[in-house]
Design a protein around this ligand. Structure first.
Ligand code: SAH
Length: 260
């Protein structure tokens, strides 16, 4: 398993990263490096853009309140993670911030806000979600940045569900069976061996504070790709359910090739 230098400070950049590239810092980035991290000219920081892996970059001041990073050497290759779409009913601000950060830490590939019957937060601030995703990635040394999708109504998502993606439906009303056994059974009942299970296209659906309506449950259970799981005898808060379910899914399908 690659040992990450978790002590190193990380900064997300949009720019392409290659040895010798010079990246001009915007005022927020310059302020973060020079005033928050107190980086001095000549000192380095780890940078990533979600595409080119992780690189060491040296800070250079180019004038009053202007600075840039000079990309030096690659530290880690870009890695992928499990192919998991995380579908969730948006929660109120602080809990949504938390839930987005935890989902990124748990390796999801796409963040998909879903509007359901009992969803409270109708408006979703996608820029805020993306900023939270970047912050989680910087803090946890995550190189793959999940895509942030536009909110969609549950009915529309179900109507267009792709045939090759399993949908793990966290149902607070599901009878209590071992969720790992339910996941393995659901993933393996298609013609797939162990290796296939690890490469499965997956999605996870967690409902809103008020849970799913009966009609939504019927709609979901009619999907051939659905795998209904119970997360135990207690009703979890939606943000707790997300972490619990993602931990189970990662355990069943494998975190990444490093853990095989
Ligand atoms: N009222 C609480 C809990 C709502 S349940 C709150 O304020 O958050 C929110 C969602 O979490 C459910 O729709 C379901 O997707 C998931 N969930 C919670 N407990 C669960 C359980 N025991 N089994 C499966 N899913 C669960």
């Amino acid at each position: 398993m690659a040992v990450h230098d978790f002590k190193a400070q990380r900064l997300f950049l949009e720019a392409d990263l290659a040895s010798g590239a010079r990246v001009r810092l915007d005022s927020n980035q310059a302020n973060y490096l020079q005033n928050v991290l107190r980086l001095k000219p000549g000192q380095s920081v780890h940078v990533f853009n979600g595409r080119d892996g992780e690189w060491r970059a040296r800070l250079e001041e180019t004038g009053r309140r202007a600075a840039e990073l000079v990309v030096e050497d690659k530290i880690r290759d870009q890695d992928s993670g499990p192919d998991i779409d995380y579908l969730f009913a948006p929660l109120k601000r602080a809990r949504l911030d938390y839930m987005v950060q935890k989902a990124v830490e748990m390796g999801v590939a796409r963040l998909c806000p879903i509007l359901t019957r009992h969803t409270i937060a109708e408006r979703v601030n996608l820029d805020r979600m993306r900023a939270n995703a970047i912050e989680a990635a910087e803090q946890c040394g995550i190189l793959r940045l999940p895509s942030v999708m536009e909110p969609e109504k549950l009915e529309r998502v179900v109507a267009g569900w792709p045939s090759d993606r399993a949908l793990v439906f966290c149902d607070e009303d599901a009878c209590q069976k071992n969720p790992i056994a339910a996941l393995r059974a659901g993933l393996k009942d298609r013609p797939a061996g162990e290796a296939e299970v690890r490469r499965r296209k997956l999605a996870l659906l967690v409902g809103p504070e008020g849970g799913f309506s009966g009609a939504e449950r019927d709609l979901l259970m009619a999907l051939p790709q659905v795998i209904r799981v119970s997360l135990g005898p207690r009703i979890l808060r939606a943000d707790t359910a997300a972490v619990a379910a993602l931990a189970l899914m990662n355990a069943v399908v494998g975190y990444s090739t490093e853990y095989e």
